[in-house]
Design a protein around this ligand. Structure first.
Ligand code: ATP
Ligand code: MG
Length: 408
């Protein structure tokens, strides 16, 4: 490591040490050093300094990014380099320090293990090794204070518990029930990143159950939580679990996971309920779903800043659902050409699996996709003597573009 040659200390730290100790392949590598970001930049040409809250250096090795963080100090009251919000939240923390000081600002003991590349030893000030072998997640310091400093640590606790099958230490677990609402103060862009990490890491089902257990899910997705609590049948939960199982399985098979698909699934039930209300007020189905989508999404992006291309893809998947029942004439061909057809069809399949859509439709569309031209013609021909499915005018093809989607 070049930092060593430059006369600096360098340790691997965080998730990579934790995951390596479990025999898992780390997602990424974090390095802690006593070189300042500027010094790191002098040593590595392929380096960029990022971050405001925490200044870091990103060093690029081909496709890999290694995050190099300078040791943080702790005794920095009154310092301009550290800013604390009145509710205890740390807004900026750029006071540099030594390894001994750096340890204490990390979140969990198992994330505060420093692997010394010089002699392959592990530096452990917090009992992280012991917690690691007991599969325990324990916050360093006073848990309530640490959650107040950064409420996202509650989400990180859940994420690691689900991913590593670790148990939260009772002291780490207890304050979450009381402090969960502090998440409301976190900027929506950061919550979007965290939500993706929570649900796209291959442990979605466990994560979902844990988030609900600790009252965190309802803060991230209040409309969905409301549906889950107020409906007397278990359908919405079943559908969501099914969608999460499906994406966890895709992850295990090495397939890609798309954020919009999962977000569309999470918000599907609120969308349905809201659309039904509009229909009860006399709107046609198309309008009702468009208006419902506007309402649901504009409320949701205030909490979680889903980018515009994501909400548009969610709308595509949602609005295509009702079109699968039109199997006569040219419409099935047009639907098949839609860029989000595959995702929308997968979505329909999940719905059918839990009783939310007609399995005969899945059958029909599976055959239609595999059929040759002659067979397709036969399949889409109007039934003799039966009602014909009137071809719809082009102008009826909707694609809502509401301004309300752009996060503020
Ligand atoms: P992952 O496997 O998701 O990369 P990780 O533990 O490496 O897990 P990162 O977000 O990459 O998580 O952070 C690297 C390290 O930085 C953590 O292990 C932890 O020591 C420290 N850290 C990150 N976020 C926080 C936080 N919000 N509060 C305190 N320490 C943090
Ligand atoms: Mg990491």
């Amino acid at each position: 490591m070049r930092l060593k040659k430059g006369g600096f200390e360098a340790y691997l730290v965080g998730g990579c040490v934790r995951d390596l100790l479990l025999g898992r392949e780390p997602k990424d590598f974090d390095v802690a050093t006593n070189a300042s970001p500027e010094q790191v930049k002098q040593i590595f040409r392929n380096c960029r300094i990022i971050g405001r809250r925490f200044r870091l250096a990103h060093v690029f090795f081909g496709k890999e990014i290694i995050e190099v963080a300078t040791f943080r100090g702790s005794e920095a009251e009154n310092s301009e380099q550290q800013m604390v919000h009145e509710d205890g939240r740390l807004l900026r923390d750029n006071v540099f320090g030594t390894l001994e000081q750096d340890v204490w600002r990390r979140d969990f003991t198992v994330n505060a293990l420093y692997y010394n590349i010089r002699d392959f030893s592990v530096v452990d000030y917090t009992g992280g090794m012991q917690d690691h072998s007991a599969s325990t997640l324990r916050l360093i310091g006073d848990p309530a204070v640490r959650y107040r400093e950064d409420p996202v640590r509650m989400l990180r606790a859940i994420r690691f518990a689900a991913k590593l099958s670790f148990t939260l230490h009772p002291d780490t677990e207890k304050p979450i029930h009381e402090l969960n609402s502090l998440l409301k103060g976190i900027p929506s862009a950061r919550l979007y990143d965290e939500v993706l990490k929570l649900f796209l890491a291959g442990y979605g089902v466990q994560t979902f159950e844990l988030l609900r257990h600790y009252g965190l899910f309802g803060i991230l997705f209040p409309a969905t939580e409301h549906c889950l609590q107020t409906l007397d049948h278990d359908f919405p939960r079943l559908f969501l679990i099914r969608a999460l199982e499906n994406s966890d399985k895709r992850f295990a098979d090495g397939k890609t996971l798309t954020p919009y698909f999962l977000l569309a699934a999470i918000l599907w039930e609120p969308l349905q309920q809201t659309a039904q209300k509009h229909i009860a007020h006399g709107e046609n189905e198309t309008m009702a779903y468009q208006n419902a989508a506007n309402e649901i999404l504009s409320r949701q992006i205030k909490i979680i800043a889903m980018p515009r291309h994501i909400t548009q893809a969610m709308r595509d998947v949602w609005f295509m659902q009702s079109k699968f029942s039109r199997t006569i004439g040219l419409r099935p061909y047009r639907l098949l050409e839609q860029p989000k057809f595959r995702a929308a069809f997968d979505f329909l399949q999940l719905r059918a699996e839990v009783g939310g859509a007609d399995p005969a439709l899945i059958q029909w569309w599976t055959e239609f996709q595999e059929a040759d031209e002659a067979q397709r013609k036969k399949m889409t021909a109007p039934a003799k003597g039966g009602k014909s499915d009137k071809p719809r005018r082009k102008s009826n093809r909707y694609r809502s573009r509401s301004k309300s989607d752009s996060p503020k």
